[in-house]
Write a protein that binds this ligand. Sequence first.
Ligand SMILES: NC(=O)c1ccc[n+]([C@@H]2O[C@H](COP(=O)([O-])OP(=O)(O)OC[C@H]3O[C@@H](n4cnc5c(N)ncnc54)[C@H](OP(=O)(O)O)[C@@H]3O)[C@@H](O)[C@H]2O)c1
Length: 296
Amino acid sequence: MTAKIIDGTKIAEEIRGELKGKVDELRKQGITPGLVMVRVGEDPASVSYVRGKSKASEELGIYSETIVFPEDTKEEVVLAKVEELNKDPKFHGILVQLPLPKHIDSDKVLNAIDPKKDVDGFHPVNVGKLLIGEPYFLPCTPHGVQQLLIRSGYDPGGKHVVICGRSNIVGKPLMAILVQKKKGANATVTVCHTGTKDLAATTRQADILIAAMGSPKVITADMVREGAVVIDVGVNRIPDETKKSGYRLVGDTDFDAILEKAEAITPVPGGVGPMTVTMLMVNTVRAAEMRLAKKR
Ligand SMILES: NC(=O)c1ccc[n+]([C@@H]2O[C@H](COP(=O)([O-])OP(=O)(O)OC[C@H]3O[C@@H](n4cnc5c(N)ncnc54)[C@H](OP(=O)(O)O)[C@@H]3O)[C@@H](O)[C@H]2O)c1
C-alpha cells in the first residue's frame, strides 16, 4: 500500500478561495478586515513568517500593517503599542510574532491583547473558551490540522487520535479542539510527551497519529499502525550538502518508510505549514465579522 499524500498547499488554496468571497462581501459592506503584526528584532525566521502573513493578507484583500521595533525595545513600549492597537478600529486582528527578545515577558504581552482581536488564540481567555467549546478563535496550527483531516476525508469523529507533543501552541489546543462533542471533532484523544513510558506502544494504537515534537524522524514506520492517517506538524532543519542553503526541511516522521504503511500522510514541507497562515486569515476575517455582528 502506498499512502495518499494529503496536500496542504491545495487545501489551503481551497480555503483561501472561500475566504476571498467573505472578504469581498465584508468590503461591500464598507468593512476591510485589518491585521496588524508586531515584530521585535530581526530574527530571520520571524522576518520571513511575518512577510508570508503580510503577503497572504494582501492577496485576500485584507489590510495589513507590520510594526517593527528594534531588538532592545523596552517591554513597556511594546505593551503601550498593544494597548494602542487594541483601541484602533482599523485592526480586527493583532498578532505579536514570537519569540520576543528574552528581556520581554511574552506572556505579559500576549495577555495584553484584547481577546476579541487575539487572532493567534493564545490569550488565556481564548484558551479557556476553547476548552469549554465556545471559542472566539481556534489557534492557527491546530485548526489547520483539523481542517486537513476533515477536508481530505478523514473526519476525526469516533477515531482514536494520538498526539505526540503537549505544547501550548500545538499539542494541547489540538487536544482541546478534537475532544469537543462537535462535528469534525468528537475523537478519543491521547496526548504523549517525554514522560510517556512506551511511546511506540501508544502510537501504534492510533487511527490518526499527529506528530508535533520538533525532532527529526522520531516517528518510525514500526510506530505506525497499518492503515493509520499520519499528520506531521514538525519542521526540522537537517544538513544537506546538495542544497544551496546547506540544509533541508524534514518533519517528525520517517516519511518514506511510513508511505508504505499508512493510509495517508502529510508531507513536510507542503502539509501543515501552508494551513497555519491560512487559518490566521480565517481568524482575521472572523474578527471582522464579529465586530460587524456586534454593530447590528
Ligand atoms: N507547520 C507549522 O505551521 C508549525 C507551527 C508550529 C510548530 N511547528 C513545528 O512543530 C514542532 C513542535 O512545535 P512545538 O512548538 O509544539 O514544540 P515544543 O514546544 O518544543 O514542544 C514539543 C513537545 O513534544 C514533546 N516531545 C519532544 N520530543 C519527544 C519525544 N522524543 N518523545 C515524546 N515527546 C516528545 C515535548 O514533551 P515535553 O512536554 O515532555 O517536553 C513537548 O511536549 C516543531 O518542529 C515546530 O517547528 C510547525
